[in-house]
Design a protein around this ligand. Structure first.
Ligand SMILES: C[S@@+](CC[C@H](N)C(=O)[O-])C[C@H]1O[C@@H](n2cnc3c(N)ncnc32)[C@H](O)[C@@H]1O
Length: 234
């Protein structure tokens, strides 16, 4: 798919589930009356997908936040995004996965679990302005073995420099899941863009209806080093 294309790729995350935590926009409820059995309405695939997204988002929101746990750790990931992320990880075979936005540590543990099967010598670097990791997350064998936690803003020069040093001679894959404002995500894209090797990705999460989506578009206006991979999008 990308052989011969001298570009790295940006993937837009599929659903803006975690933005209700204070990181982003307020979701809008799903609309439209329920059809009675006698009123069967033909919907196109695109309409069904759009409705599904709204319902998913509404339900996730009404339950406080998306209630997903990975190995007992509250993890703010849409399982569909996780599936696509592991496909990308398998394709890219990174040495290092860099995640901005650790939260409880569940997603870092998840990326490490995948990476262990793809590149057992790989590492996950995960960054957060606060250490909210649970004891379970800190003490999982896979985490002790493969995950490095960096405390600080993902755009702080000293953090960016630490990441750059850790990536020396290594193949990197980025997952941006910290603050989903346009300004912050654009700063992350600018800070880390040149650390992404050709054919690898910066996966930008929660792009649906948040500043993160705008940041991706603005980034693409600034550079032609990236293109969007829309796999999984309707
Ligand atoms: C959406 S949550 C991350 C969810 C996590 N990846 C998961 O799947 O469970 C966003 C996290 O980003 C952190 N954050 C906010 N601003 C940040 C910044 N400037 N740099 C790094 N992390 C930040 C928040 O503290 C929060 O824990």
């Amino acid at each position: 798919m990308i052989a011969g294309v001298p570009k790295a790729l940006v993937l837009c995350g599929l659903l803006a589930v975690t933005s209700v935590t204070g990181c982003g926009a307020t979701p809008s409820p799903a609309s439209g009356p329920a059809s009675s059995p006698s009123q069967i309405v033909e919907l196109s695939d695109a309409e069904i997908t759009a409705r599904f997204r709204k319902i998913w988002f509404r339900d996730a929101t009404e339950h406080g936040i998306m209630i997903n746990n990975y190995l007992g750790i509250l993890t703010w990931q849409n399982p569909f995004d996780v599936w696509i992320t592991q496909e990308i990880m398998f394709e890219v075979k990174p040495d290092v996965v860099v995640e901005a936005g650790t939260f409880k540590g569940g997603s870092a543990a998840l990326w490490a679990t995948f990476l262990a099967q793809i590149n057992p010598r790989g590492r996950v670097i995960t960054i957060d302005i606060q250490d909210k990791r649970t004891e379970i997350a800190k003490n999982l064998p896979i985490v002790k073995q493969m995950v490095t936690f960096l405390l600080g803003s993902s755009t702080a020069p000293e953090v960016v420099e630490q990441v750059r040093e850790a990536l020396e001679g290594k193949r990197a894959l980025f997952i941006l899941d910290s603050l989903h404002t346009r300004e912050h995500v654009l700063s992350e894209l600018r800070a880390y863009g040149d650390m992404v090797p050709v054919g690898s990705y910066i996966i930008v999460q929660d792009t649906l209806g948040t500043g993160a989506g705008v940041a991706v578009q603005d980034c693409l206006k600034e550079t032609d080093a990236f293109e969007i991979d829309r796999r999984g999008s309707a």
